[in-house]
Design a protein around this ligand. Structure first.
Ligand code: GLP
Length: 229
């Protein structure tokens, strides 16, 4: 069942789940999102890891996606360096991005597969950068970003025209192969797309709807919504 509470409490609960995964399996492989949604989760994750002296030296971190031809200051890898890798002094050898290797899915498989992947949701229902129309059985691939996605992300760039048009993203199957998924959706702007994704209709037009097929999905929101199965 979805957990509905205020954004900070939800982020704390989700961070606690990540910590429990790491304590249970110190060699965990985690799929990490970027954007506004997970920022509070990362803050709580850092605080708990420090307070409880959690050993994260064996954890491997996999960015969900990355822009192509992006200035370093706006790259998702730079975002993750700032919000989690550097604060926790994570060894860069344990930090992976889909743009750094030809076969990201083979790398993930060699590392044992994703244990826990954290997701946000784009305004058009994308997960990672899997835009509407992405096949369910898709692996890591290059994508041309929808204009709505470019607009939604332009606050992270100096000028709108600086937002890249292309990116590399984990595919939908890459994500669904994760043994557990936590989906975070906060603010009124995500209500309608989340309701559409979980209205009982699994459709390529709303990539997040494929998540309903996952056996171990947890959803955290700061608004009421009913998952229609
Ligand atoms: C981008 C990212 C997604 C993220 C989405 C929502 O498209 N590729 O991983 O979930 O934006 O971002 P925000 O959380 O800022 O709304």
């Amino acid at each position: 069942m979805p957990t509905t509470t205020d954004k900070d409490t939800a982020s704390l609960q989700a961070a606690r789940e990540v910590i429990e995964q790491i304590k249970k399996k110190p060699q965990s492989c985690l799929g990490l999102p970027t954007g506004r949604t997970p920022q509070a989760l990362y803050r709580h994750l850092i605080a708990i890891a420090r307070e409880e002296n959690v050993d994260i030296t064996g954890v491997r971190f996999f960015g969900l996606d990355e822009y192509i031809d992006v200035r370093q200051e706006s790259a998702f890898k730079t975002y993750l360096d700032k919000v989690i890798y550097q604060p926790l002094a994570i060894d860069q050898e344990n930090c992976f991005s889909p743009i750094m290797i030809d076969d990201y899915d083979a790398l993930i498989k060699r590392q044992g597969g994703l244990d826990l992947t954290i997701l946000g949701i784009g305004g058009n229902g994308h997960i990672a950068f899997n835009e509407p129309g992405t096949p369910e059985y898709s692996w890591t691939h290059c994508v041309t970003l929808d204009e709505s996605t470019r607009r939604a992300n332009q606050e992270f760039f100096a000028r709108p025209e600086d937002v890249p048009r292309r990116a590399v993203t984990m595919g939908i199957q890459t994500i669904l192969d994760s043994r557990k998924i936590i989906l975070l959706a906060f603010s009124k702007s995500k209500i309608s797309i989340l309701k559409r994704a979980f209205n009982g209709c699994v459709e390529g037009a709303v990539p997040a709807s494929f998540l309903t097929k996952h056996p171990n999905l947890e959803i955290y929101t700061d608004f009421e919504f009913t998952w229609l199965k």
